[in-house]
Design a protein around this ligand. Sequence first.
Ligand code: SF4
Ligand code: SF4
Length: 496
Amino acid sequence: MAKFTVPVIAEYLETPKLQPDVMQGAGPFVAKPDMQKALGFPEQLVDDWQHVALDKMGELLKKYRSLQVYMDACVKCGACTDKCHYMLGTGDPKNMPVARQDLMRKVYRRYFTLAGKYFPKLVGAVDLTESVLDDWYNYYHQCSECRRCSVFCPYGIDTAEVTMAAREILASVGRGQKYANEIIGKVYTIGNNLGLPEPALRNTLEGLEEDIFDDTGVAVRLPLDEKGADILLVTPSADFFAEPHVDGLMGYAKVFHQMGASWTLSSHASEAANFGLFIGSYDNMRRLTLRIREAALELGVKRIIFGECGHAWRVAYSFLNTLAGPFDFLDPRYPIPQHICEYTYDALQAGLLTFDKSANDHRVVTFHDSCNVARASRMGNMAGGQFIIPRALIKASCNHFHDMAADTIHDQTFCCGGGGGLLTDDLLELRVKGALPRMQALKQVVEQHQVTHMAAICAICKSQFSKVLPYYGFEMDQIISVHQLVGDALVLTPSE
Ligand code: SF4
Ligand code: SF4
């Protein structure tokens, strides 16, 4: 049973009664010294942390002009105040996007503006004290960097960028977050977030091949480290065994099989997730991304395709070429990188796949747009492709599909509540409460259209929903992978 009050789903999403400081906790667990060290950060809070933090802030303000603009541009119009799922789920006013930004803006004014230096009280400037640092740690870990608020801000202020900068400053003084930093360290030492070594990975993939054969009678391969393959598939490690992720992986394999594609996974780049994004560290993001380049070179592939993972696609789509390019050794006829949904969609458009939609007739499906795909990337060669393509795949595989309310999908989609490095049990209360807006929209289509399943293309969304759905009276297996729907309906040709 929950040790906190689970919000009640009302008929319509309401702005909650404000409860100042109700989420004023200690924040998530702090990274241990060895976890900090592995990422190149101080092992614990440094003695002169205030100077180090301000120096870092000055460096980031110079480096990212956007951050400087975000600090200066807010006119306190209030348009963002009720747009954050954590504000809507908790009622804590510090979870209003503008208030979250102000935690940094007040310090910025104090040390980086003339008015703040001489008349701090007049301009709402504050000293960077230890209690301010605690507030930063706490509330910048109550932002999933989802960017929903920025869609509604008339100045386009992106709170996610502010959060990333704050986390980078925090890490630089020795206060990193355990969950994210530990995971990044695992990728450096073992190759993936889960710490799954090569023999275990190989064994898992062989098991999945057997499962598909038992189920369909068709020998579908899931190759690992096959030199000379055309396609390198980089996918979140949760796809290797978590539910419903693994069904998605089997779906990708079936599509590749049907296309007669030559493809492989890599034990060196066995992780698409890139938590460097979450902690705002481009250095770590680059180190993680380079593993993909190394694997592609080592295996001699011609294309790189990403599996279903929201923030991984954001990093790949926006930064892969900058961080790890040039990829001039790949085949220029294909996008670098490409999303598995784009690959399947192209095959569908070319009439190369046959579906038996009745295989999914026991499901009435809706689709959850994942934040990082919806608001930070694109798919296909068309505006809004990131909304059109996954839905086209679902509709090709299922007879029954219904979208959720218009103001909760596409670029207005609500975060699952577990993105941005918050998918950890020490933040369970925040995760459950932050899921409220999505749960409310889901309940509506369940009642109106008897929806039984919500499909997603993000590993974090899938894990988060498996955990929080039961808190709201749903079943944990009502979340499903888009490529599970595809794989279940795809008519397979037996291997030669
Ligand atoms: S980026 Fe998302 S989580 Fe962060 S303040 Fe904006 S709406 Fe909230
Ligand atoms: S919508 Fe933009 S300008 Fe208005 S209060 Fe929010 S951050 Fe400031």
